[in-house]
Design a binder for this molecule. Sequence first.
Ligand code: HGY
Ligand code: MN
Ligand code: MN
Length: 429
Amino acid sequence: MTDHQAPDGIDLLLSTSGGARAIARCDFLGRWPYSDHKTGLFRPFLGQGFEASATRILEWMREAGMDAAFDPACNILGRYEGLTPHAPAFMIGSHIDSVRDAGHYDGMLGVMLGIELVDSFHKEGRRFPFALEVMGFGDEEGSRFPTYMLGSRALAGLLPPRALDARDPDGMSIAEALAEWDIEPNHFASARRAPKTLIGYLEPHIEQAPYLYEQDLPLAVVSSIAAQSRFYVTLTGQAAHAGSSMKTRRDALSAAAEMMLAIEKIAQGGPDDLVATCGAFTTDTGPATNIVAGEVTFSIDLRAAHRETRDSVAATLLETLQAIAERRHITMKFEERHNLPGATCDPTLSNILAESGQDVTGAPLPFLVSQAGHDGMNVAAIAPISMVFIRCEKGISHNPAEAVRAGDVALALETMRRFIERLELFNNG
Ligand code: HGY
Ligand code: MN
Ligand code: MN
């Protein structure tokens, strides 16, 4: 077992605390029944694995001295009171849902580190002029319902109307799934947090890119989170026999292929922070090999550090795809289903984080733009946000090979501790 793949987590759960236990708990939750799949990790919002994981995490929050419960949006929230009851809170959080075939640490590690931090203060009997809250957002990935960041949007009051009508691949809506949990869908939006009750937010998260790995650094401070949009393209041509003439075809699949290569070329021609990814592909041919595709759908995930870049590239993409569709006599539907404008991390919090990290690691922490989206993008609407990145092996994520180093996670936890202690001084004025 190499250093950066934590040993099997079960025994560590009992014997340690701190970074090692945070990793062990992520590994423990990375398998059935805390996953919907018997092999590998898939923990979609409101699934069986989600329920088992949330139940376990609530227990760990309570053992760490917190009051803990589901909020009305099915996020899990632990609260460690400050020196005075009902004090505004500083929140540490991330998400507990996962993509399919996920790694163990995306999202979950941030929540486990929050619990470890509070547990250490609780053991010392320490209280602060603010409460500490640990938040496990229930839906960040949108891996079951096509919704994305439902939990943090509910907290920030950013839910679009009829958000709960979104349906999973089996046709169940979020409202129906909530009803199965005996949760009143109409209460979902009451998860909205009054801004004055949060003084700030910190999201510890793996980097999900190779910068720290290549620079051989353990931690970074996030300066901003890239703007991201998701589009769905539906192409309708004409289903036909595979023996039909090439001259008369209106092949939706060939059109999609040409479009995807055009999208890739546009993104490759832009600045390094411009990224575009095609996915969620469907075709009406099923497994048949002798049918010319009549209808194809695919998604486009478009990101850039600055919203203006993203939006101008989105306009170029639309023009390019329209031209391909016209030339191929294909009708195209191009819908935007997700639009996050990106977020800037609070400079004061980020500098306190950077100082804390330098204390702990002995070297200045780099400031990075996050191309990956995070719940902090929504929390930024109601509180100043900050993020600390933790190195992950080769930058690999959204992949079972995702791995972290116990030493880096320990440094992150100690950085978080110093950060809260500095906040205490900062708050005492
Ligand atoms: O898509 C993202 O950036 C995040 O992993 N949900
Ligand atoms: Mn993710
Ligand atoms: Mn994540």
